[in-house]
Design a protein around this ligand. Structure first.
Ligand SMILES: Cc1cc2nc3c(=O)[nH]c(=O)nc-3n(C[C@H](O)[C@H](O)[C@H](O)COP(=O)(O)O)c2cc1C
Length: 330
């Protein structure tokens, strides 16, 4: 994949625009969505798309083993990524726009993507550059987005847009279907339940973002500070999930510290503590989660303004408006 995937003769109208697309996906879901977005860019003879695939030195398995999956949370919570295989980029390349897709792992950007952003090459490549992030996950992504902002700030990058695609199933359904998918490799592991992951129509419709980016690049709007993907239902945050995200992040962090003190990722001596944590987690899901949902339901009318502010914060910068959807065939 580390090749120039589409190129063109330079045109007299506007200079050729160079786009960098990062790629890491286990099931192929995130790659497929990114590909839908990249398609209109590749098809344009004034845009060159270069893909850089991220490869951890020790690849994460897919499907995951049960303990392998659980064992990933301490490093995710502490954003302690593994080393990557050498990149084909040197950092001296000059891109007009960077598309950075990432999945959420335990409420943080996935470790291979974090590894890239902590790599010295990323610091050189992204400094001052406009970045469009693309998240595809179950539905809990808000705190990962905050962490991504810190990673991008550390590189000196400019976050122009954020696109988010989530599993459309109800939270309590995807809480089961997602792990079953990740542990079995089958989206529809349990008959009768909706398939896990982002739905096909949403993946298909992601092409609109590529069309809008293409038009923006033609007009060099990536040089400005305004988002390029407004009015396209880019991100529709549900701030009611934020409380659960905060509680879970806290517990991942505290238990993650203990587990990291006990051993390295994959070491057998972590196992008894992982089992202990699992028991703790199940107890929390059965007790604290229903109580917190109840409290939130009671307080919801009193907290309307606060939730509206949070929604605005997490929908930004691209927003959840749909006023430009008709321009791109939606
Ligand atoms: C270790 C791990 C942890 C995950 N944690 C979350 C999470 O906290 N929130 C969420 O919405 N999705 C979570 N997911 C789902 C992923 O974000 C993603 O949708 C799924 O792994 C498919 O990504 P892929 O394109 O790499 O196959 C997790 C997946 C994995 C493998």
């Amino acid at each position: 994949m580390n090749t120039i995937e589409s190129s063109s003769e330079s045109s007299a109208r506007t200079p050729v625009k160079r786009v960098l697309l990062l790629a890491y996906s286990q099931s192929g879901q995130l790659d497929r969505i990114a590909e839908r977005i990249a398609e209109p860019l590749r098809q344009d003879d004034r845009i060159v798309v270069r893909v850089e695939s991220l490869r951890p030195v020790r690849p994460y398995p897919f499907p995951w083993t049960f303990f392998g999956f659980l064992d990933a949370f301490p490093e995710c919570a502490h954003m302690a990524p593994p080393p990557l295989q050498p990149l084909s980029l040197t950092g001296d390349e000059d891109f007009d726009l960077v598309i950075l897709p990432y999945q959420v792992w335990f409420l943080a950007p996935s470790l291979p993507v974090t590894a890239f952003l902590r790599h010295p090459v990323a610091g050189k490549l992204l400094k001052g550059k406009p970045v469009v992030t693309l998240i595809a996950c179950r539905n809990m992504w808000m705190l990962a987005r905050d962490k991504m902002q810190l990673l991008l700030d550390a590189c000196g990058a400019r976050l122009l847009d954020n696109v988010v695609l989530v599993d459309p199933s109800p939270t309590m359904v995807s809480l089961f279907t997602t792990p079953l998918w990740l542990l079995s490799g089958k989206r529809d592991f349990l008959p009768g339940l909706p398939p896990a992951g982002v739905d096909e129509p949403s993946i298909d419709a992601a092409r609109r973002f590529g069309l809008a980016l293409r038009d923006a690049l033609h007009e060099s709007r990536e040089c400005g500070a305004a988002p390029l993907l407004t009015g396209l239902k880019a991100a529709d945050a549900d701030p009611h999930l934020l409380f659960s995200e905060k509680v879970a992040t806290r517990s991942f962090f505290v238990w993650g510290k203990l587990l990291r003190a006990v051993g390295e990722p994959g070491q057998a001596r972590r196992r008894p503590f992982l089992i202990l944590y699992l028991i703790f987690l199940i107890a929390m899901i059965l007790t604290v989660v229903p109580v917190s949902l109840l409290i939130q339901a009671v307080l919801r009318p009193l907290m309307k303004k606060r939730f509206a502010r949070l929604k605005q914060k997490y929908d930004a910068p691209s927003g959840c408006g749909d006023e430009r959807m008709c321009l791109y065939g939606q």
